[in-house]
Design a protein around this ligand. Structure first.
Ligand code: C2E
Ligand code: CA
Ligand code: CA
Length: 669
């Protein structure tokens, strides 16, 4: 099973679960709607039957009225007509829905009958006659027809009984009770109401049902997405830190049950911030996606990868027998991850550092394992990145937890644990030391000397570099003031030291306080300062230059836009990074780059310093190409202020490290 992405089965499994949940919810809602619909149907039928009865009653009355009107419109005199029984007899055959009628005289005695008693018992008949709720009609022939719609009117679905009082000019002469056949009407109304109720029911249940089903589906989808995001990183689609932790403890349990090993590897992208700053966040995203793609294609059945931080990934590798097997895999992975990639039309090399630990050899619990992998990563980083390390005993003491280290760093300044080491810079033409670079050292009371490569980034993140950097400046200027003129001192300035905005004032104050001439101080800045800061930086650099301090661009060539900055900021010096110096004897392309930098320096009138010069070969090549200053172990490692002072004035000592074979192209250099 692949842990990297959910497998097809897992995906289907999850979708299937959601579908079941969705169907369950839909069924519940639909059941609710059916119950609601049935209740509504009952109510609708009750309402329809009431409306139908009222309708039938009104219709019965209208029909009886129509019949009565035609009845009384016939004879010339209503009284005569009333007295003439044969007249009523004739009416029984007339075309109407009145199929039965009885005529009563003014005393309520039956005068003419067509069989009403078959339809109504006699008490109902007298009730009908005595319910005088009237409705006036136009009287054409001295006869008023009044329709009774009182309580006595009890229409049924099949017939309606209507009492019609008859008046002549002389007054009330009698009544007719007519029964109207409503069977056809009732059938028609029943059918109509059934159709209407059906349609209403369909609308009442159907539309909400569709809406509810739709909404439930959307809700399930949203919940699925939330669940996915809570366990995954949105950009890369990889599981996130919490998913990784959950997986790690499971994988660890499984590993402890077998005699197999489990490795945890933490991957950190080297100088990721610089990529983001120099090339934009889209470029950073591209790099992260590329790392993800490499992890996806390399890790299969026995691996699980996650993104656990902005530029950190973690993976587990299970089911291997020996640490070396994991190491081989990690080495391959490291190579694949460090291959150049194209971002915004530019090819960049984005290296990674990896640190790993193996269970159960190193530890058998998740948190210790992660801590050890982090320590190993710290070691890899301390070696300059682009490398991998597995945890080894002893790393614990050399790299204690970051948290503790930070706390120690906070106390270090007050505890006077910092010291400066000075490394000479040699003028190639005059063959003499022209100045020293001040390099910070931390003498930890327990762990001994800690590399600035480890604590400077930490000091920058915590901004402790601001007071620490101030201490460095002050101490370097104090010590350099005691050196013979015109020896210079170069001090490294972190971009973070520019943040408070008082750097020019601070340098001025320190120079005045220590009495060091401004032209004997040089500040070294890196490209990251120019990238990360706004237009203010140019102002600060101009301010420093106005004081008489010189400015050097450090680590030239390691950034992403080094060339574009040297044209914007008039540096006094450019320091070629030691990685170029050390590779130029093995790689003719690098050699050409170094040559170009030196040529560019001389055309711009900028002094070029080559850093990290170790061998006589490197020294010779650099000089032959016209490099003005060199710095490196060949002329001395960084030494304490006291030792440095003692050596000043002594003849230049050359201690080459090892000889490397120069490529053929060197003869042309
Ligand atoms: P950097 O400014 O590039 O300093 C040069 C580094 O290269 C120093 O490492 C130095 O010891 C080392 N180095 C010099 N010559 C050679 C050589 O021939 N071969 C090799 N392999 N290395 C050589 P270090 O002292 O460990 O400093 C590392 C980095 O820490 C410095 O790199 C600098 O970026 C930073 N750093 C040191 N001190 C300070 C400081 O006071 N402030 C700030 N902001 N950063 C500092
Ligand atoms: Ca430097
Ligand atoms: Ca440097």
């Amino acid at each position: 099973m692949s842990y990297l992405w959910p497998t097809v089965e897992e995906q289907w499994g999850r979708t299937g679960m959601s579908k079941i949940i969705s169907i369950k919810r839909d069924l519940k809602t639909i059941l609710g709607l059916v119950i609601l619909g049935i209740s509504m149907l009952g109510l609708g039928m009750l309402l329809a039957s009431t409306v139908k009865d009222i309708q039938l009653m009104n219709d019965g009355k209208a029909e009886a009225k129509r019949w009565a009107r035609s009845l009384i419109n016939g004879p010339a005199d209503a009284t005569d007509a009333f007295n003439n029984q044969s007249f009523f007899l004739k009416q029984s055959g007339s075309v109407s829905r009145v199929f039965v009628f009885d005529v009563f005289d003014k005393n309520g005695n039956l005068f003419h009958s067509t069989g009403l008693s078959d339809w109504h018992p006699s008490e109902q008949i007298s009730d009908l006659l005595n319910s005088p709720v009237t409705l006036n009609r136009r009287d054409k022939k001295q006869l008023t027809v009044q329709l009774h719609a009182g309580e006595g009117d009890t229409p049924t679905t099949n017939y309606a009984s209507v009492a019609i009082p008859l008046y002549s000019a002389s007054g009330y002469i009698g009544s007719i009770i007519a029964i109207v056949d409503q069977a056809e009407q009732a059938r028609y109304l029943t059918q109509s109401f059934q159709i209407i109720v059906g349609i209403l029911l369909l609308i009442a249940i159907g539309i909400p049902s569709v809406l509810v089903i739709f909404r439930t589906r959307e809700q399930v989808k949203a919940e699925e997405r939330v669940r996915y995001l809570s366990g995954h990183d949105e950009l890369t689609g990889l599981p996130n830190r919490s998913s990784f932790n959950a997986h790690l403890s499971e994988a660890l349990d499984a590993c402890l049950e077998t005699d197999k090993h489990l490795a945890v590897v933490i991957i950190d992208i080297d100088r990721f911030k610089q990529i983001n700053d120099a090339l934009g966040h889209n470029a950073g995203d591209t790099v992260l996606r590329r790392v993800t793609a490499v992890l996806n294609s390399n890790i299969r059945e026995n691996g699980f990868a996650a993104r656990i931080g902005s530029d950190q990934f973690a993976l587990t590798l299970s089911a291997f027998q020996r640490r070396e097997q994991a190491a081989v895999f990690v080495a391959t992975l490291s190579d694949a991850l460090s291959e150049p990639l194209w971002v915004n039309g530019e090819q960049i090399t984005c290296a990674v550092s990896l640190g790993g630990a193996v269970a159960p050899v190193d530890a058998d619990d998740a948190s210790t394992l992660m801590r050890q992998a982090n320590l190993a990563l710290g070691c890899a980083k301390a070696e300059g990145g682009k490398t991998f390390k597995f945890f080894e005993q002893g790393m614990d003491t050399a790299f204690i937890s970051r948290h503790e280290r930070e706390n120690d760093l906070r106390r270090a300044l007050d505890a006077d644990q910092f010291e400066l080491a000075y490394q000479p810079q040699v003028d190639c033409e005059r063959e003499e030391i022209c100045g020293y670079e001040a390099l910070l050292r931390w003498n930890h009371p327990r762990d001994g000397s800690i590399s600035p490569a480890i604590f400077i980034p930490m000091a920058e993140e915590t901004e402790l570099i601001v007071p620490i950097g101030e201490w460095v400046l002050r101490r370097a200027c104090q010590e350099a003031a005691a050196w013979p003129k015109p020896l210079k001192v170069a001090v490294n300035l972190s971009p973070v030291q520019f943040k408070p905005g008082n750097i020019v004032a601070l340098v001025k104050e320190i120079l005045e306080e220590t009495g060091l001439e401004p032209n004997r101080l040089e500040v070294e800045i890196t490209e990251s300062l120019l990238i990360s800061s706004t237009g203010k930086v140019a102002e600060y650099l101009d301010g420093l230059r106005d004081l008489g301090v010189s400015i050097a661009m450090d680590d030239f060539g390691t950034g992403y836009s080094s060339l574009s900055y040297i044209s914007c900021f008039p540096f006094n010096k450019i320091k070629i990074d030691k990685s170029f110096v050390q590779s130029m004897t093995k790689d003719t392309a690098i050699l050409s780059i170094v040559k170009c930098i030196i040529a560019m320096g001389s055309s711009l009138g900028v002094t070029i310093v080559a850093e990290g010069v170790e061998t006589a070969e490197q020294n010779r090549i650099l000089r032959s190409m016209g490099c003005q200053l060199v710095q490196g172990y060949i002329y001395g490692r960084p030494v304490s202020g006291a030792k440095c002072k003692k050596r000043i004035g002594k003849p230049l000592k050359i201690t080459p490290l090892k000889q490397t074979k120069a490529p053929k192209a060197l003869s042309a250099a």
